[in-house]
Write a protein that binds this ligand. Structure first.
Ligand code: GLU
Length: 512
């Protein structure tokens, strides 16, 4: 019988969740949904020294913002709880002891000075990476070298100890990674990692394997930085006798800096001029701030779409996908093997695409709230027209108001460069005539009628419209560029256009 697909995102609450972690969560989510399975979240907080207050809430909020919340988590526990490793502490020792009993793990009593001395000895003997392994353990203080009685006595006296895995000396460890294919590692390159620490806490390796087993995880989808640990994990499944239900691994390619030179790190973000975190974050210890995509004006669905494409593609030209469409199209086979360069321009492009296709009802609040913040109000009957005019021209929701403010508040100044080049007697004459014509205009005033009136006014005055068009724009908007001018006129209405023209005529002086 095939098992229900269960995948987990297993972050450590050590700070803000990096964008790479968010991508890992997303791919887990997509895979679970695609396979009709479950997406879980487990907090891996066995390393209490790295615990950062607020980090767990940050993870929760980030996933909620993106709409990819897990179905089982510390906040919404299922049957496999607790979902925080610190709360599972009591469970792990028995598993470590089981391995000791089976001869796959052992007690080690070495002090930190003794470990340091071992490293120094090996370094002096030109061993490149000194390790506690199948060779060196024979010279250390552990239950493999000490007489059984002494081990017992040391344990009974409460002497601090760790439990280490006993890596076989000469074996090939293989795993079939869904992204990388077969990965072979010789056991002589692995070290006898600590499984249980002297404070009674398990290490990541032990807790991770025990929990994945107890939570019946079927697939482990995680970052490439965990690939070197995977052979140890495979051995642990074997040592426990859990090979039959060992999850399938998929190690995701790295996210690279925009120039492709190295991994995109937590520190890169604001330095490179864009966020690398989903939400704003303030480090509770240092007070250091990092900016987030959410606060930077990225829409969650656009950001999600962008993220999905950082390492995956659907195999055709399509780029715009809703979350449901991503689920439908997703497959681990289409995740690339090599690192993906982070391209902020693409994130902006996605935001633009999403903004222009959003119904106005979802954008109106951005516009009115920003206007209100400046003590201005967008008349209800103009909102639709304004949004239709500007939403195709903006990257962020905050640009909506920035781009349309001139429609609500008349210019008091004019772009001097444009004025110097374009403001001339012909423009002033045409504008004066147009204002007069507007005073008595009685038809419906829309972009088309605004334009034909302007054309006929120009014709009567014998002025070539093309030559003065930018001056016309300058008079009414104060700027040299912007959205379709006749649409702008239609939104402003005849009397406002006439009023602005007269103000410009009184304010601007003809230089040329
Ligand atoms: N706690 C690990 C991390 O922070 C999880 C690694 C895994 O998914 O196995 O990335």
């Amino acid at each position: 019988m095939s098992r229900e697909v269960r995948v987990r995102f297993a972050p450590s609450p050590t700070g803000a969740l990096h964008i790479g972690g968010v991508r890992t969560a997303l791919y887990n989510y997509l895979f679970a949904k695609k396979m009709g399975g479950k997406f879980l979240l487990r907090i891996e907080d066995t390393d209490q020294t790295r615990f950062v207050p607020g980090a767990e809430e940050y993870i929760k909020e980030s996933l909620e913002w993106l709409g990819i919340s897990p179905v089982e988590s510390p906040w919404n526990p299922g049957d496999c709880g607790p979902y925080r490793q610190s709360e599972r502490k009591a469970m792990y020792m028995q598993y470590a002891l089981d391995l000791v009993e089976k001869g796959h793990a052992y007690y080690a009593f070495d002090t930190s000075e003794e470990l340091e001395a071992m490293r120094e000895r090996l370094t002096a003997a030109r061993v490149v990476s000194p390790q506690y392994n199948s060779i060196t353990r024979t010279q250390m203080k552990n239950s493999l070298t000490l007489p059984a009685e002494e081990v017992k006595a040391r344990l009974a006296s409460g002497e601090p100890y760790v439990i280490r895995v006993k890596i076989p000396r000469n074996e090939e460890v293989r795993l079939n990674d869904m992204i990388r294919g077969w990965v072979l590692v010789h056991s002589s390159t692995l070290d006898d990692k600590v499984l249980m620490k002297s404070d009674g806490m398990p290490t990541y390796h032990l807790a991770n394997i025990v929990d994945d087993h107890l939570m019946t995880i079927t697939h482990v989808i995680r970052g490439e930085e965990w690939l070197p640990s995977a052979p140890l994990h495979v051995l642990l499944y074997r040592f426990f006798g859990w090979e039959d239900t060992m999850p399938t691994f998929a190690h995701l390619p790295l996210l690279l800096k925009p120039d492709g030179n190295g991994k995109l790190s937590k520190r890169d973000g604001d330095k490179l001029g864009f966020p690398v975190f989903p939400l704003n974050w303030v480090d509770p210890f240092s007070g250091e701030k990092a900016s987030g995509f959410r606060e930077g004006g990225y829409l969650p669905d656009a950001f999600l779409n962008f993220l999905a494409f950082l390492g995956w593609n659907p195999g055709d030209e399509r780029e715009l996908f809703t979350l449901d469409e991503l689920v439908e199209a997703f497959s681990v086979e289409r995740i690339g093997k090599s690192g993906t360069k982070f391209d902020i321009a693409k994130a902006k492009w996605y935001n633009e695409q999403y903004l222009r296709t959003k119904p106005n009802s979802e954008l109106v609040d951005f516009l009115t709230a920003d206007a209100k913040a400046e003590g201005l109000e967008v008349p209800g009957d103009k909102v639709e027209a304004i949004l239709n005019l500007v939403k195709g021209r903006v990257t962020f929701p905050a640009d909506l108001w920035r781009e349309s403010k001139f429609l609500i508040s008349a210019p008091t100044e004019f772009d001097q460069d444009v004025a110097a080049k374009k403001w001339n007697a012909d423009a002033a004459k045409l504008l004066g005539d147009y204002a007069t014509a507007l005073d008595v205009f009685e038809e419906a005033f829309d972009a088309a009628t605004a334009k034909s009136l302007l054309e006929s006014t120009a014709e009567s005055a014998g002025i070539k419209l093309g030559k003065v068009m930018q001056a016309v724009r300058l008079a009414v908007t104060g700027m040299g560029g912007g959205p379709d001018l006749m649409e702008v006129f239609a939104i402003l209405g005849t009397s406002e256009v006439a009023k602005r023209i007269r103000f410009a005529l009184n304010t601007l002086t003809i230089v040329a």
